[in-house]
Design a protein around this ligand. Structure first.
Ligand code: FAD
Ligand code: NA7
Length: 452
């Protein structure tokens, strides 16, 4: 087989795709030539922390949106690779809400095991992808020497993520605000805001985590302003939610309920755009951040031409296992193991999922919907079995724990691995007081004996 496959991005999704092929190779399959282009000089995508913001050393938009002191926002049992468990990687049970560095080590541990780096061309940005009816033409630029070239491929897998290019709204008075206004994409170290009175805009994961994190590291009072609905958690002292900002007058924030607050810095946690400027219009995914993205059959295949695939484009409850399942199914299609139905049947399948998605009413239903998506994919391929039913239950528990206490949900323990059954021990320090997020402190100092 001399087919060529182009994978764009070596974040978790791109690595899942490379890994899926390597697993097939180990079982004797003949696999196509794999070429993965990654614009950064290292892998891991968002988990590869960078201190940079704005433009990088090559003048490229910085991809990274993760910040210091970021801890997993859901139990690690929900994202455990079925073929490379946390026990496999760490050699013992670790607590359930690891900091970023620990998860980075885990992701790259599996990538190292199969030596997938040999397929990756780092510091190489994809500039343009088009299709001539037979093949894809992919133009890339080597960022070290600015050389550009165009190569042809039979398949393209887009794995460039969708939490990197900010949606940054304007509100009256921003242009005269005498302080810093930043998007969560550019947030790096909460200690920048020590003693400052903060306005955080948004009511989703970033707003929740950045508000808490700033307070944890010593900010002044944090006011969270919401557009549709408040998150409604029982916030710690010094954090509150108010209706939408109407305007800033100097340092004074005016809200739609008529109240005002004095503010020193504004953090827009207003989400991200699916952004693929390197894709020709007829191949470009245009979608909102939702559980059933537009234009993709099974959430993976470009509905008009399945030779093009996108990974990880959904709004995310599930992450690494979902990415793996998508990558396994994409691989099977590229290996000729999967029957691809006709366009009309793909559309019928899409419409059925979309209709269900449009009926979803709360986070619990969202979780079930995405778990159904995982089960649908799992039935199509030979990804190692794991207990998806158990992950649904852990997700529900996690939602309840957050409602009970948003500050302590990360101190919970005793979650069972859906693959091995191993139960997580408690961390040695509660999250609110754990200011050092290094792997050495998290893993190597050991965990408390107790579980549950
Ligand atoms: P990314 O991780 O974004 O990787 C995409 C890769 O593509 C990058 O390496 C990038 O450099 C490369 N790339 C982009 N454009 C090009 C181009 N033109 N040419 C070449 N390469 C390119 N998930 C969890 O499971 N748990 C969490 O706690 C969690 N916290 C998060 C916190 C934040 C602040 C954010 C933003 C996300 C968080 N996520 C979390 C979700 C995160 O989206 C996934 O975990 C995961 O990183 C997605 O992987 P990906 O490969 O799709 O994309
Ligand atoms: P999300 O989950 O897309 O949430 C964006 C939030 O921003 C959401 O609450 C929106 O309110 C709000 N928003 C968007 N536009 C505006 C405007 N114009 N004005 C006010 N508020 C607005 O992004 P996150 O960054 O929180 O999460 C992304 C990922 O990062 C996530 O998967 C985590 O893993 C980490 P709405 O409710 O739509 O009214």
């Amino acid at each position: 087989m001399n087919k060529r496959v182009c994978i764009i991005g070596a974040g978790p999704c791109g690595l899942s795709q490379l890994h899926a092929f390597e697993e097939a190779r180990k079982q004797g399959a003949e696999i196509p030539e794999l070429v993965c282009f990654e614009k950064q000089d290292n892998w891991g995508g968002l988990w590869n922390y960078t201190w940079r913001t704005g433009l990088d050393e090559h003048g490229e938009p910085v991809h990274g949106s993760m910040y210091r002191y970021l801890w997993s926002n859901a139990p690690k049992e929900l994202l455990e690779f079925a073929d490379y468990t946390f026990d496999d990687h760490f050699g013992r049970a670790i607590p359930s809400f690891p900091p970023r560095e620990v998860l980075y080590d885990y992701i790259t541990g599996r990538a190292n095991k199969n030596d997938v780096a040999r397929h990756i061309q780092f510091s190489t940005a994809v500039r343009w992808v088009e299709h001539d009816g037979k093949q894809f033409h992919v133009t890339v630029e080597n960022l070290e020497n600015n050389d550009s070239r165009t190569e042809t491929f039979d398949h393209v897998v887009v794995a460039t993520g969708h939490f990197s290019i900010p949606k940054a709204p304007y509100y009256p008075g921003f242009e005269r605000f005498p302080g810093r206004i930043l998007h969560s994409h550019d947030f790096r170290d909460a200690q920048e805001f020590t003693g400052k009175r903060l306005l955080v805009m948004g009511s989703s994961y970033s707003a929740e985590d950045i508000a808490l994190q700033c307070r944890k590291y010593g900010s002044g009072p944090v006011t969270i302003t919401y557009r549709s609905n408040p998150m409604g958690f029982k916030w710690p002292e010094g954090v509150e939610e108010v209706p939408l900002l109407e305007r800033m007058e100097g340092k004074t924030a005016h809200f739609s309920d008529g109240s005002t607050r004095e503010i020193d810095a504004i953090i827009l946690c207003t989400g991200y755009q699916h952004n693929f400027p390197f894709m020709a219009d007829e191949l470009k995914l245009v979608t909102a951040n939702r559980l059933w993205t537009d234009s993709l059959y099974k959430g993976v295949f470009w509905i008009d031409d399945p030779r093009l695939m996108y990974l990880g484009m959904q709004d995310q409850y599930y992450t690494f296992t979902h990415f793996d399942l998508e990558a396994w199914v994409a691989r099977d299609y590229m290996l000729g193991r999967l029957d691809m139905p006709e366009r009309t049947e793909r559309q019928r399948d899409f419409d059925a999922w979309r209709a269900k998605e449009e009926q979803l009413e709360d986070a619990f239903q969202d979780i079930d919907f995405q778990a159904d998506h995982l089960e649908d994919l799992a039935a199509m391929t030979d990804y190692p079995e794991f207990d998806i039913g158990l992950t649904r239950e852990i997700f529900y528990q996690w939602e309840h724990h957050k409602d009970e206490n948003i500050v302590t949900y990360r101190d919970r323990a005793g979650f069972a691995s859906p693959r091995t059954g191993t139960r997580s021990p408690a961390h040695h320090t509660d999250w609110w007081h754990a200011l050092d997020d290094s792997m050495a402190t998290y893993v190597e100092q050991g965990a408390k004996e107790k579980t549950g």
